[in-house]
Design a protein. Structure first.
Length: 154
């Protein structure tokens, strides 16, 4: 896990908000260089937890996936970690399935007239561990989840 502290003042839980216009999550399947898109979750909701130094302490995110049929409720992938600095791992939950995997994190403060914190996270897991919709192979494949986001002053 890689984090960069910044000189941006982190004043409290209500002082920052996730910039949804700068947030994107992607799920892809296959080996690097030969990945194919699996899903682009249409939205992300949840929270990032920052330490006073600006380091990312944890997160709890909900990523709705595409509904299996028109009018059906969208299934939700949960991704969370409570202590990134000591564990460097995060839980992924989909329905009754869950897996704990290493997560790489880049968290960097960007100073200026309109300061913000840039967050990039990535993890990979076996398609069998969560049984996500859209992966229909008889043998397991690696699924990669990437998230790009920004946290801006409220």
């Amino acid at each position: 896990m890689e984090t960069s502290s910044s000189h941006i003042e982190h004043t409290g839980p209500g002082a920052w908000r996730i910039a949804m216009d700068a947030t994107e999550a992607t799920l892809s399947v296959g080996a690097s260089g030969r990945r194919r898109p699996l899903s682009d979750p249409p939205g992300v909701s949840g929270a990032f937890y920052l330490r006073p130094s600006g380091a990312l302490a944890g997160f709890a995110l909900r990523l709705p996936l595409r509904p299996p049929a028109p009018g059906a409720e969208a299934p939700v992938l949960l991704w969370e970690s409570a202590d990134l600095e000591s564990e460097g791992r995060a839980w992924l939950r989909f329905g009754r399935q869950e897996v704990c995997r290493a997560v790489s994190v880049l968290c960097a403060g960007v100073p200026g007239a309109h300061p913000y914190v840039k967050i990039v996270m990535e993890t990979a897991f076996s398609s069998w561990s969560l049984r996500l919709p859209g992966v229909r192979w008889p043998r397991p494949r690696m699924v990669t989840l990437r998230l790009f986001s920004e946290i801006r002053p409220a």
